[in-house]
Write a protein that binds this ligand. Structure first.
Ligand SMILES: Cc1cc2nc3c(=O)[nH]c(=O)nc-3n(C[C@H](O)[C@H](O)[C@H](O)COP(=O)(O)O)c2cc1C
Length: 203
């Protein structure tokens, strides 16, 4: 089976990409609106790409009726956002925060999610997140009717119980991230494989 993207409608291309490039990590992005309302929404066209400087990127599409999403509007205004990651206990709330809430309704408030102040930016993080990165916009690239938002991480937060400070390693047995499959499907990540290092591999 092969397709040329030109022969597919955008929705069909989305299905071909999102059905196979998975599981995807989920950025649960918090931002602040013009009246101080804290917004939270999940974005799974997301990843981190380098560490020096630490750069992440996610793609904000338009809503089906052509509006820019609140996350993007808020980031254009403030230049700041927090990428919060999601583990199993938070997964349901993360999913529910993707509903089309009006800008004056903050998803954390509506869903009863606690917030904590960030250290270097005004946008708070989600209090129970396993990991968060405070970001300043590094670059934004418009691609047709969506926006690629690249953020530079200027502060990392790690929940204390998850991190071995001496070894600089995650306590993997305590960390239960979930991945985005497609549509409303997610996967757990507790069934793990370990292989011996490949010959001559550099860390
Ligand atoms: C797990 C998950 C991943 C999502 N990923 C994206 C994405 O990568 N890009 C996007 O534009 N919308 C994505 N959405 C949809 C947005 O979360 C949704 O449109 C949300 O209402 C946007 O909220 P906002 O207007 O507060 O920014 C995703 C939804 C879910 C549940």
């Amino acid at each position: 089976m092969e397709y040329s993207p030109d022969d597919l409608a955008p929705r069909e291309r989305y299905k071909v990409l999102a059905s196979f490039v998975l599981p995807r990590p989920i950025a649960w992005v918090t931002t602040i609106g013009p009246t101080g309302v804290v917004n939270a929404a999940p974005y799974s066209f997301f990843n981190v790409f380098c560490e020096d400087p630490p750069i992440c990127m996610f793609a904000a599409n338009r809503t089906p009726d052509g509006r820019e999403k609140d996350t993007l509007i808020n980031i254009r205004r403030t230049g700041e956002f927090v990428v919060n990651l999601t583990d199993e206990p938070l997964a349901r709330a993360m999913h529910e925060s993707s509903g089309d809430f009006p800008p004056e309704i903050g998803e954390p408030d509506y869903l009863g999610l606690k917030l904590e102040p960030s250290t270097k930016i005004a946008v708070p993080r989600l209090a129970d997140t396993p990991w968060a990165m405070e970001c300043k916009v590094w670059k934004m690239i418009a691609v047709d009717h969506r926006e690629l938002i690249m953020g530079e991480g200027i502060n990392f937060y790690i929940r204390d119980d998850l991190w071995d400070r001496e070894a600089m390693r995650v306590h993997m047995e305590r960390y239960h991230p979930i991945g985005r499959m497609f549509a409303d499907r997610y996967c757990r990540t507790d069934d793990r494989l370990v292989f011996p290092a490949a010959e001559g591999a550099k860390a």
